[in-house]
Design a protein around this ligand. Structure first.
Ligand SMILES: Nc1ncnc2c1ncn2[C@@H]1O[C@H](COP(=O)(O)OP(=O)(O)OP(=O)(O)O)[C@@H](O)[C@H]1O
Ligand SMILES: [Mg+2]
Length: 254
C-alpha cells in the first residue's frame, strides 16, 4: 500500500518522447489498478492531454495572475478562490485527472499564489496513487526547482548523442539541487540497436523503449498515443517499467 502518492517527473531533451512516455505510464498504472493517477502537464506548450485523449479548457497559468488581479467573489477569500479555480482547471477522466500548468508566471511576484497552489496540490495529492509530471524540453523546470523533490526523476533520451549528453546535464543539476542520485533513472526511447558512443556514466537504463511504428502511426493519425494497441512494443515496454516503478513505490522508505 502507498501511504502517499508516488511522484514521477519525466524530463529530457526535446522530442525524445517525454509526453509519449508520460501518457503510456498513466495508461499502464490505470490498467494495473493503481488509480486514480494525476497527470500534470508542466510544458507550457501543453500536449499531454492530446496524448491522453482529453480536452483541457484552461491552465493554472491564468489562475495565478487572476488570484491577484481579479476581484474575488464576495464571501470567498483568496485561498478558497484558488482552490475553487484549481478544481475548475482539473480535467477528470476515467482513472486519471489532468491539470496543465500553463506558461510560467510573468514578471510580477506570484509567490503567494504559488504557495496557495502547492497547498491545493497537497490537499489533492492525497487522493492519488501516482502523479506523473510531463515537463518541457531541457532543464528549465529542474534548474528553477519548480518540480520540487519527486520520488523519481526519469530522464528520457533517444539513442542520439545530443539526447545522451542532456542526460548528464539534467542529472548534474538535479543532484546539485539535492535530489538523491538513486532517484534518478534513465530511459532510452526510440531504441533500435545502438546508442551513440557518449559516456552517460555507469548506470544501466531502467527501461529501453523500442522504436514503435504504432507510436508513429498514432501521431500521423492524430489519435491519442496512449491508446495504441495493447500489444504494441512501446506499450509493453512501458507497462514493464510501470511494474518496476510500482515495486519501487512500495519499497519507498522516505
Ligand atoms: N517509441 C517511439 N517510437 C516511435 N516514435 C516515437 C516513440 N516515442 C516518441 N516517438 C515520436 O517522437 C516524437 C516526439 O515524441 P514526444 O512528443 O513524446 O516527445 P517530447 O519529448 O514530449 O517532445 P517535446 O520536447 O516537444 O515535448 C513524436 O512524433 C512521437 O510520435
Ligand atoms: Mg512533450
Amino acid at each position: 500500500m502507498l501511504n502517499r502518492p508516488y511522484t514521477i517527473v519525466v524530463s529530457g531533451k526535446g522530442g525524445t518522447g517525454k509526453t509519449t512516455l508520460s501518457s503510456l505510464l498513466v495508461r499502464s498504472f490505470i490498467e494495473m489498478g493503481e488509480k486514480p493517477v494525476l497527470a500534470v502537464d508542466a510544458d507550457p506548450n501543453a500536449n499531454l492531454h492530446e496524448a491522453l485523449g482529453v480536452t483541457i479548457h484552461e491552465s493554472l497559468g491564468s489562475m495565478r495572475e487572476e488570484a491577484f488581479t481579479r476581484k474575488i467573489p464576495p464571501g470567498m477569500n483568496r485561498h478558497d478562490y484558488v482552490r475553487f479555480r484549481f478544481r475548475q482547471a482539473l480535467v477528470e477522466s476515467e482513472g486519471f485527472d489532468l491539470v496543465a500548468m500553463g506558461r510560467p508566471e510573468g514578471s510580477g511576484c506570484y509567490c503567494f499564489a504559488n504557495d496557495l497552489l502547492s497547498e491545493c496540490m497537497t490537499e489533492l495529492e492525497r487522493e492519488y496513487r501516482f502523479i506523473v509530471i510531463d515537463t518541457e524540453a531541457g532543464m528549465e523546470h529542474i534548474s528553477r526547482g519548480t518540480i520540487g523533490k519527486p520520488d523519481m526523476l526519469l530522464i528520457v533520451s533517444d539513442p542520439g548523442a545530443r539526447g545522451l549528453r542532456t542526460i548528464t546535464r539534467i542529472r548534474e543539476i538535479a543532484t546539485q539541487l539535492g535530489l538523491e542520485p538513486e532517484k534518478i533513472h534513465i530511459v532510452f526511447n526510440k531504441y533500435k540497436t545502438v546508442t551513440a558512443p557518449v559516456d552517460i556514466g555507469t548506470e544501466f537504463p531502467i527501461a529501453l523503449l523500442p522504436d514503435d511504428p504504432e507510436v508513429e502511426a498514432a501521431d500521423l493519425a492524430a489519435t491519442p498515443v496512449s491508446q495504441i494497441p495493447a500489444k504494441s512494443p512501446a506499450r509493453i515496454a512501458v507497462r514493464d517499467l510501470a511494474e518496476k516503478i510500482r515495486s519501487m513505490a512500495i519499497a519507498r522508505t522516505k
